[in-house]
Design a protein around this ligand. Structure first.
Ligand SMILES: Nc1nc2c(ncn2[C@@H]2O[C@H](COP(=O)(O)OP(=O)(O)O)[C@@H](O)[C@H]2O)c(=O)[nH]1
Ligand SMILES: [Mg+2]
Length: 182
């Protein structure tokens, strides 16, 4: 942890936070919704082929968010971004029930990744504005808890379309910033 916080890269760009998950779960829209939000960019997302970044300052703490492509063939490239990652936001679309098992297996891969052993993980049950089978959320959260063990973790029901969902996104930023104040 000390090495991540004190690295020259972190000092110049802000703490590195990865936004990952399957494709089409809403990662890029979420990135553009982080403050200062860019509603126009959030409306025009196309499938991400590489990555998008955004610098965010929250409670005087600087972060660099990396939205990595979730397309199947590109998920193996996530590992090129693991180094010095302070946190991982794992985004799930719980309405996409056919791909929950696939999401869980990607999450398991990340949880077992030695380079992310010191990273804190948040599970974002996204698109919370849509009707969802609460059992899917519960199953995903239980799997997340099991994979994380004693690691610091957070679960939030986020959405880019409702104030409630955006407040949940704000709590994710609080959680990231609070960790640094200790
Ligand atoms: N209902 C709903 N749709 C969303 C939300 N966030 C993103 N989307 C939609 O999900 C789709 C995929 O979004 P995108 O950000 O490109 O997904 P990515 O592939 O994970 O980067 C788009 O049609 C978005 O408008 C949300 O909070 N609620
Ligand atoms: Mg994208």
């Amino acid at each position: 942890m000390g090495t991540v916080l004190s690295s020259p890269w972190t000092k110049s760009k802000g703490l590195k936070v990865l936004i990952v998950g399957l494709d089409f779960v809403g990662k890029t829209v979420l990135l553009h919704t982080l403050p200062p939000s860019d509603p126009e960019a959030a409306q025009q997302t196309i499938a991400t082929k590489g990555y998008n970044t955004k610098q965010v300052t929250h409670h005087d703490k600087r972060f660099m968010f990396w939205d990595l492509s979730g397309c199947h063939g590109l998920r193996l490239h996530w590992r090129f971004y693991f180094e010095n990652a302070h946190a991982v936001l794992f985004v799930v679309d719980p309405t996409d029930t056919a791909r929950i098992a696939e999401a869980q297996s990607e999450l398991a891969r990340l949880a077992a990744e030695p380079q992310l052993a010191n990273a804190r993980f948040a599970l974002l049950l996204h698109k919370s504005d849509l009707p969802v089978d609460e059992r899917v959320n519960q199953e995903m959260s239980a799997k997340f808890a099991e994979l994380m063990g004693s690691r610091p973790r957070l679960v939030e029901h986020t959405s880019c379309k409702t104030e409630q969902g955006k407040r949940a996104l704000g709590r994710v930023l609080d959680w990231l910033a609070d960790d640094l104040m200790r």
